[in-house]
Design a protein around this ligand. Structure first.
Ligand SMILES: C=CC1=C(C)c2cc3[nH]c(cc4nc(cc5[nH]c(cc1n2)c(C)c5CCC(=O)O)C(CCC(=O)O)=C4C)c(C)c3C=C
Ligand SMILES: [Fe+2]
Ligand SMILES: [Fe+2]
Length: 339
């Protein structure tokens, strides 16, 4: 009997934490015109001439800090778990494949396996809760380009975002309960950053995102694809389930690259301000990621923790990501079956 295909796609990670492998990964990733959205010649000069030569050795060192001898990159380890658990949950009627937008396993090879199995349809789930052209959009474009070359194009559908999915929200709340938010002075929702330019480009009216005061912190019909507004919505939903009042949490954005303005406030600035206010213990969610990765395990647990302590704080506690939590696997199952 023909199966239904499911393709889970996360961002990608280097094949190993060696400098050549990190260089290869960063070159592929940052040469994507949706990630660094400037003309191709300027992008090549910037990426191959400046960013990658300087960043690769430094990033390789960071990757070595989070790399497990047994399991490798946490991002790949948890992505494989998610695929295996979802396959178990969906059973024989489905074939679940995993791909990475950059490096391996490639989207091309995963699609080929689905094609060889003669699946009747393909449900693509980019593993990013909030929509951004640099993440979800890039996965969609790549899949459409590849499948577009097939002679027979099967039924194909995409999950555009799941920023307000209640089971995803419940998973973060359950992971936070292990720490008890009452043991912390303040809660941060730290999302992956994005150049402001990319928010403005997503606003088809050209008159909304970053044009009106506070336009990107409340989701509505006009800005429903705004990454910042979707991020604020995710944070609001998690905070509401935890019973947090507005003054108990802050939404912020991490991992800025280059000198252009990115979505604000920046996590590093917020952390410094909170230390100045005398806050001692911070609980930090990273709800832009479905799996622990460099940006959570290292940037938050090590870098922000060190910065906070230097400014007088005591501890930054990361809330673990969705990883292999049964509620998140149920959420993925529902995205396959119901949406
Ligand atoms: C212009 C640069 C970048 C944009 C735009 C960007 C958007 C973006 N990224 C993610 C998810 C992840 N990014 C990760 C790592 C990472 N991101 C950038 C740059 C941009 N990201 C760099 C240079 C790196 C590499 C790490 C480093 O050198 O510091 C990761 C982690 C991968 C891992 O292996 O652990 C994820 C996940 C999203 C969701 C997003 C848009 C919203
Ligand atoms: Fe990134
Ligand atoms: Fe916006």
């Amino acid at each position: 009997m023909s199966k239904k295909g499911v393709l889970l796609v996360n961002l990608g990670t280097p094949d190993s934490p060696s400098t050549p492998d990190v260089r290869k990964y960063l070159n592929e990733f940052l040469m994507d015109g949706r990630v660094i959205d400037i003309n191709v010649i300027s992008r090549a000069l910037l990426v191959r001439g400046i960013i990658v030569p300087f960043r690769a050795p430094k990033s390789a060192q960071l990757y070595r800090e989070i790399w497990s001898d047994q399991d490798g990159s946490p991002l790949l380890y948890y992505s494989i778990k998610q695929q295996q658990l979802l396959q178990e949950k969906l059973g024989d009627e489905y074939m679940v494949e995993l791909a990475m937008r950059y490096q391996s396993p490639s989207i091309e090879s995963a699609l080929q396996r689905l094609k060889d199995a003669l699946v009747t349809e393909i449900r693509v789930i980019p593993l990013f809760p909030q929509y951004a052209s640099a993440s979800t959009g890039s996965v969609m474009e790549k899949v459409m380009t590849l499948v577009g070359q097939w002679q027979t194009i099967p039924h194909i559908s995409f999950v555009n975002s799941f920023h307000n999915d209640d089971l995803m929200i419940d998973t973060f709340v359950a992971n936070a309960a292990k720490h008890g938010h009452e043991n912390y002075d303040h809660v941060l929702f730290s999302f992956h950053g994005l150049p402001q330019r990319q928010l403005i480009k997503c606003d088809h009216t050209g008159a909304y995102c970053l044009k009106k005061d506070d336009c990107c912190s409340t989701l509505n019909d006009t800005n429903k694809f705004c990454y910042s507004a979707q991020s604020h919505d995710t944070a609001k939903l998690i905070a509401a389930k935890m019973g947090l009042s507005k003054d108990q949490y802050t939404v912020c954005f991490q991992s800025r690259l280059g000198s252009d303005p990115w979505v604000q406030p920046y996590t590093s600035v917020v952390i410094e301000e909170l230390a100045k206010q005398g806050k001692k213990r911070l609980l930090v969610f990273c709800p832009a990621f479905v799996a622990d990765c460099l940006e959570t395990v290292y940037e938050v647990s090590v870098e922000y923790n060190d910065e906070f302590k230097e400014k007088g704080g005591e501890h930054v506690q990361l809330v673990e990501s969705l990883n292999d939590h049964p509620l998140f696997i149920e959420s993925l199952e529902r995205m396959v079956k119901e949406r």
